[in-house]
Design a protein around this ligand. Sequence first.
Ligand SMILES: [Zn+2]
Length: 159
Amino acid sequence: MQTSWKCLECGKKFGVGEWACADGVSNHRVEQKEYLMDDAPTDPGHPERGGADSLRDGRTRICNMPPDKRAVNREGEVQVIPGGYVEFVRGRYATDNPELQYLLDKKGGFCTPERWAQVWLSQGQQMELERNRLAALSARLESQQNELLAQTKQRVANG
Ligand SMILES: [Zn+2]
């Protein structure tokens, strides 16, 4: 698990707990990371009628991200700084906030993009993705072939 980072904003290296950036208020900023959850809502009642797609637009909140913090102010009083939550939309959440990345990494239980597609995309969407993948693959093969052909012609022309 990652426990040290370099801020994209101020360039400082920092570790767990040292989240505050140069302004002392906002957190350091790191490269964005995406988290995927395979918690798609299912509708066993109408699996084949196409209605399942609307149910797939789920939102999941994870609370205590970050948790409440206690800070002592100048008068020596303990103040509670309220925490927050992160919201996954359709099983995806991305953040460039290293504190949230650390907490999410610690929590764990996320899934791979393949697993995400399996549970969140309808069969039609999965087929569409597969079609796009194959189309891109065949376009790539075709351009490689053309390149080889051009190279061969060049060689023949050069004798
Ligand atoms: Zn910073």
